[in-house]
Write a protein that binds this ligand. Structure first.
Ligand SMILES: NC(=O)c1ccc[n+]([C@@H]2O[C@H](COP(=O)([O-])OP(=O)(O)OC[C@H]3O[C@@H](n4cnc5c(N)ncnc54)[C@H](O)[C@@H]3O)[C@@H](O)[C@H]2O)c1
Ligand SMILES: CC(C)[C@H](C(=O)O)[C@@H](O)C(=O)O
Ligand SMILES: [Mg+2]
Length: 359
């Protein structure tokens, strides 16, 4: 049966990087992938056209799609919008919430060719392969009450950090199952020395552990985890954590791979419907220059093929093509080194496409 894929280019570098990823998706179609691809508006682009960061039409298209490919949303143009509900980021959070995409997979893999591009010593990151499993539809991002209000003559901003047992359990199961398929080690990251929501988090992870006897569960406070990620990152296999800690730790993990432009992601619900996006943002500082790294978005297409479209061979082919292009010494500016050839976003797309036909 033909499945639907929705592409949401978004803002800033979003349209530049999704243009390259779309070409790879088209190559997959030419190689037998049975999907129907359409585009939609999200974020600032949607606000400019319709006054809403997540128009009803986009939400309907997203609900009808098996998989969504997102570029990135946001930028200085919309940062001053007083109504928080109109900000581009709210559009993205809305898709995640409305589709119930609670399971966010953020793999940080250091390609051997890029070990020297990391800001860490090459021997610390060469061969790195971590999977961060981030809870994506709960925690402090969505807790109520929230707001900014006047109290005792001054304004007070407040948010609520809340997790229910069932929310913790379902992301815990995703992480334990992921660990079973990988190195069988799971580190749960929390702040259980201070925050009740994460005391419960730790309890639920402990309760699940006996059901996965082949997985070794450990716990780490988030401040230590941030430190350990840059001290000795290869100690980790699968990391499971809440929404905000996962946001922060995945950006830190990105630098281990050489650049945030290398980190793809999948956000899944219980039925395998998913949104796929690079972990980085709309990079307003380089938007429009044609120099952004499209590899995180191209690798997100590979994740889409693996997790939502049941086409693992095509996924592997894309990943091999990316490896090949890196072997050939092609680099966008963010991962460039002395001995490499610096290319534009489109040239990198051309090269991956050509390699895809060869591998
Ligand atoms: N998923 C998303 O849509 C998403 C994620 C993060 C941030 N944002 C939004 O993006 C905007 C900018 O945020 P920010 O500056 O904090 O983070 P950012 O990730 O956009 O940029 C951080 C730095 O990384 C660089 N960078 C990011 N992606 C790159 C790529 N593919 N190739 C080369 N360099 C790249 C940027 O040039 C910048 O110097 C904000 O509006 C933010 O809310 C969106
Ligand atoms: C843009 C923002 C809402 C988003 C988040 O915080 O989840 C981003 O930083 C990410 O990592 O996908
Ligand atoms: Mg982030």
């Amino acid at each position: 049966m033909t499945q639907k894929v929705l592409i949401l280019p978004g803002d800033g570098i979003g349209p530049e990087i999704t243009a390259q990823a779309s070409r790879i998706l088209a190559a997959c179609q030419a190689n037998g992938l049975d999907v129907e691809v359409e585009e939609g508006l999200l974020g600032g682009a949607a606000y400019d056209a319709h006054g809403e960061p997540l128009p009803a039409e986009t939400l309907e298209k997203a609900q009808a799609a098996r998989a969504i490919l997102l570029g990135a949303v946001g930028g200085p143009k919309w940062d001053k919008l007083e109504d928080l509900a109109k900000r581009p980021e709210k559009g993205l959070l809305g898709v995640r919430k409305q589709l119930g995409l609670f399971g966010n997979l953020r793999p940080a893999i250091t390609y051997p060719q890029l070990a020297a591009a990391s800001s860490l010593k090459p021997e610390l990151v060469a061969g790195l392969d971590i999977m961060i499993v981030r809870e994506l539809t709960g925690g402090i991002y969505f807790g109520q009450p929230r707001g900014i209000e006047e109290r005792n003559g001054e304004r007070v901003g407040f948010n609520t950090y809340v997790y229910s047992e069932s929310e913790i359990e379902r992301i815990g199961r995703v992480a334990f199952e992921m660990a079973q398929k990988r190195g069988k080690r799971l580190c749960s990251v929390d702040k259980a020395n201070v925050l009740e929501a994460t005391i419960l988090w730790r309890e639920v992870m402990e309760r699940l552990a006996p059901e996965y006897p082949d997985v070794e569960l450990s716990h780490m406070y988030v401040d230590n985890a941030a430190m350990q990620l840059v001290r000795a990152p290869k100690q980790f296999d699968v990391v499971v954590t809440g929404n905000m800690f996962g946001d922060i730790l995945s950006d830190a993990a990105a630098m281990l791979t050489g650049s945030i432009g290398m980190l793809p992601s999948a956000s899944l619900n219980e039925s395998g419907q998913g949104m796929y996006e690079p972990c980085h943002g709309s990079a307003p500082d380089i938007a429009g220059q044609g120099i952004a790294n499209p590899l995180a978005t191209i690798l997100s297409v590979a994740m889409m093929l693996r997790y939502s479209l049941d086409a693992p061979e095509l996924a592997e082919r894309i990943e091999r093509a990316v490896g090949k292009v890196l072997d050939e010494g092609l680099r966008t500016a963010d991962i460039a080194a002395e001995s490499t050839r610096t290319v534009s976003t489109a040239e990198m797309g051309d090269a991956v496409l050509a390699a895809f036909e060869r591998v």
